[in-house]
Structure formats: structure tokens, C-alpha cells
Design a protein around this ligand. Sequence first.
Ligand code: PLP
Length: 321
Amino acid sequence: MSLIHPVVIPSSFISKTNRHYTLAIYRGDLEHADAPGNKWHKLQHHLTQAKKRKAKVIATFGGPFSNHLHAFAKTLESTPFQAIAVVRGELQPTLTPTLIDAVASGVELWPSSRSDYRSGCSSAVVDDINRCYGDVYWIPEGGGGLLGAFGCRDWAGNISYLDSEYDAWAVSAGTGTTAAGLLSHEQTPHLHVFSALKGAEQQKLEIVELAHSLVADGSSIEQVSAKLSFYADCHEGGYAKQSKALMDFMADFAIANPEQALDPVYTSKSLFAICKAMQAGRWPHERTLFIHTGGLQGWRGYPPSNNPFSSYCKLSLDGEA
Ligand SMILES: *Cc1c(COP(=O)(O)O)cnc(C)c1O
């Protein structure tokens, strides 16, 4: 089965101009059944590094609905590493579905107060874990940093191998690590990046710098920057928030594309922005490939009635439970 699927632009978003657009999705959400999307790729070089260091324990950080923690748990399940997760906030008497899956995959959970969590690797909980376990390999929150981006550069190589016809790619951003990795690959065409966070205007430069540190073909920082379009105004209210307009878009999109489920935090916001720009005739590329970064497990943090893809998600998420 091909991982590149055509997108039907919802009828309410058909271009009012005479520009014609082709949009397709690279279904990263269908790769790696247990750990779909970008997070698996972000973990690969960390695992290699941990093996090289002969670490026995790998630890990371995440919120109670984190896609990163979920992928971390599923990816480490089949390795000999002991997995530890520092969870943001006190653990509730009832674990979230994400944390239930993590525990079932053998991850040891360490709760941390929100203020301690913010200190990252210099938090008290990290000290405690290091004291308990000795040599722990730490992966930053979200799997970010140079090694995370490196895994996404590899991913771009795989995607470009399948794609020979699109003049632009588009992807969602949180930390921007995935975007930087994709941008750094010489086969990646022009890249449109949509931040899911409020106030991310400064992130463009960070993405360019991280990508530039990974380019293998000697591109200058200006050349890397010219290949990137970055949007900080598509967050629809902020991280993990949904505007009414976004909810309406998802409902329309789900009717037109019942099998192309989008997640509520990242991919839906990016595609909403793309469809709006196409409708206005403002989108600069004729043939665009959107890279689906997964995250469908995140729907479990919302009432099922909010999820217009629920009949589709249910099938795939039941298998995971
Ligand atoms: C984490 C995540 C992103 C953002 O990835 P970054 O590398 O942090 O920019 C995008 N989409 C989904 C579905 C994610 O889970």
C-alpha cells in the first residue's frame, strides 16, 4: 500500500480563484503500527547513542497525553532498555489512556510537580532518578535536539524516495525539531511549517540554524532559510486548544476524507491553514505533499463527540489499548 494518499479539499474550501491545486498526504501516521508519526523517527539516533554508551536505562519527559511518551513507550518495549518517564504534574488516581499504555509497555512513571518539571535535566526528580539508577541516558522532552532532528533528516530521505512529483512539502511544528530535520535533507523541496504553539514567531531562526547544522551538501544558512516558509499564526488559540472554526474545518475534512484522520493538536491546524490559503488562491505551490506526523492517540484526551474521525480512529486505537 502506498503511503501517499490524495486529499479531497472540502467543498467549502474549493478555490474561489482559477488556481488549481493538488494536495496529498504522506501517511506517517500509518508507519510503525505501535509508534506512528514523527516521534519514532526522533528516537532512532537516541537509541543508537544509548547503545553506544552501553546505557541500561533510558529516561525522558512528557505530559499525561504526550505523543512523545506514547511513542517512547512503544518503541522501547521491544528493546532491552529499562524505560523511565518523568510525567508533568502529580499523577491522578486514574491514569490517562496514554499513561496506561506506557505502563503496559513497561515504562516506570515518576511524577513531578509542574515547577520542578520546568527545570528539565536540572530538576530534583532527575537527580533522584540518576541516584537510583546510576548511568541514565536522558532524551529531551518531545525527543528534540540534534539527534531528534537527525532522525527526521533520515525520514526525509525515505519520503523523497517515494515522492517525485510534489513541488512543496508541509509539516506541523511543536519544538520545530521535525521541521529542521526535514529541511536539512537535500532532496526536500520547499518546506512549509505550521506552528501549533502561540508566540512561536522566533522559531523560524531556530529551525534554520538546527537544519543548517545538519545539511550534508554544503548549503549556506541563507539557502536553507530560503527553502522554508514558517507560519506562527495558525495555532487556533494556542497549544492543544481548538477554535470553533477549526472544529468546523475538521468536520468538513472528515466528510471529504473519512480515512485521512487528523489529530486535534498539530496536523488539523496545519491543514486548516493550507486549505484556507488554497481557497484564497494565496498558496504558492501547485502540488503539495503534507507530511502526517501522527498523534491520533491524543484524541483520547478529548470527549469522543469532538472527534469527527472517531469511527476511523476507534478501529486503529482499539488495537492499541
Ligand atoms: C510532536 C508532534 C509534532 C511536532 O514535532 P516537533 O518535532 O516537536 O516540531 C507534530 N505533529 C505531531 C502529531 C506531534 O505529535
